[in-house]
Design a protein around this ligand. Structure first.
Ligand code: PLP
Length: 357
């Protein structure tokens, strides 16, 4: 008891823990960012993200969904008269943000820059404009023409907003995404990403000029009125981003594994859909078979693969979506392709060049 009473008080104890690297932040952050929910880890993570994307600042949100929803709706508030041009296949979170901003909006056909230009050219040249698009579209595995979009933005005086959720950590020499890979990252105004996919944690963010980040920080309800990310998650994200910045060999292996799987599937006559990314969609074309194959792969072969049915994709294009990781071996891929061949025959699904049975 005496010993306990004579222990150092809270201040020295905290200082000692700090020196040991354990800052004792607890499971939750304890508040919103502006009211006690900002810790050393949040600030460190924002600095890490700004550095990753070569921007002046970054702003954290509790998910990628919230970052899109909050940022896009707030841009209408801070830029009166703003017109947003949105790719037809943009993620629900972008659509939701654009809708709730209640400003003028136009949807251009997916990855169709001629259509985008038509819409830009028809608008008042003096109106503020923003083009919102993704880099990697996760259902088809296709990638936007980022340089072409930037060129149009410059021609018509528009800002650019890119969702790199399916690319951060996985593309570019330091894992900043496809805009980094393509050497055009500095010309994108606002980059949005998630910490929940390649970075393996949870949370979302934007990175941009300080003036844009400050405007969104000051007016975005989805930033202001919610408990901030748990400090441990912020610390985990910093470690993950730092690791991936330094380890491009993981990205090289990832691309090689995706190419290896596509080649194996194509050789077996499985209908791999054209994809220029790490996403490997295989068309089944029927929702019942799609779910059934996914179930059997799990129950009989111990392989988990997502069935993607309507409304996520158009009817008739139901598919299995494979996302091989750098850790998948040739042997694993051979097992998978053998299992798929059996199931394709069992369900009498079309192969490239005809039906199996
Ligand atoms: N943007 C895209 C393109 C997505 O696919 C997703 C989620 O899958 C999100 C945003 C939302 O990200 P998060 O899962 O971090 O909320």
């Amino acid at each position: 008891m005496l010993e306990r009473l004579s222990r150092p008080g809270p201040e020295p104890r905290r200082a000692r823990r700090h020196a040991q690297g354990d800052r004792g932040s607890g499971a939750g952050s304890g508040g919103t960012r502006n009211i006690s929910g900002t810790t050393h880890y949040h600030v460190e993570l924002e600095a890490e993200l700004a550095d990753l994307h070569g921007k002046e600042a970054a702003l954290l949100f509790t998910s990628g969904y919230v970052s899109n929803e909050a940022s896009l709706s707030t841009l209408y508030k801070v830029l009166p008269g703003l017109i947003i041009y949105s790719d037809a296949l943009n993620h629900n979170s972008m659509i939701s943000g654009i809708r709730s901003g209640r400003g003028e909006r136009h949807v251009f056909r997916h990855n169709d820059l001629a259509h985008l230009e038509e819409l830009l050219a028809a608008a008042d040249p003096a109106a503020p404009k923003l083009i919102a698009f993704e880099s990697v579209y996760s259902m088809d595995g296709d990638i936007a023409d980022i340089a072409g979009t930037i060129a149009l933005a410059k021609k018509y005086g528009a800002l650019t907003y890119i969702d790199e959720v399916h690319a951060v950590g996985m593309y570019g020499p330091r894992g900043a995404g496809v805009a980094e890979r393509d050497g055009v990252m500095s010309q994108i105004d606002i980059i949005e990403g998630t910490l929940g996919k390649a970075f393996g944690v949870m949370g979302g963010y934007i990175a941009a000029d300080a003036i844009i980040v400050d405007a969104i920080r000051s007016y975005a309800d989805g930033f202001i009125f919610t408990t901030s990310l748990p400090p441990a998650l912020a610390a985990g994200a910093v470690a993950s981003i730092r690791y991936l910045k330094e380890h491009n060999e993981v990205r090289v292996a990832h691309q090689e594994r995706a190419a290896a799987l596509k080649a194996r599937m194509a050789k077996a006559g499985l209908p791999v859909m054209p994809s220029v990314s790490h996403i490997v969609p295989v068309e089944v074309g029927d929702p019942v078979h799609c779910k059934m194959i996914s179930d059997i792969l799990l129950s009989d072969y111990g392989i988990y693969v997502q069935p993607i049915n309507y409304p996520t994709v158009p009817r008739g294009t139901e598919r299995l979506r494979f996302t091989p990781s750098p850790a998948h071996t040739d042997e694993m891929m051979d097992d998978l392709v053998r299992a798929l061949e059996k199931l394709w025959t069992r369900c009498n699904i079309k192969r490239v060049g005809g039906y199996a049975a």
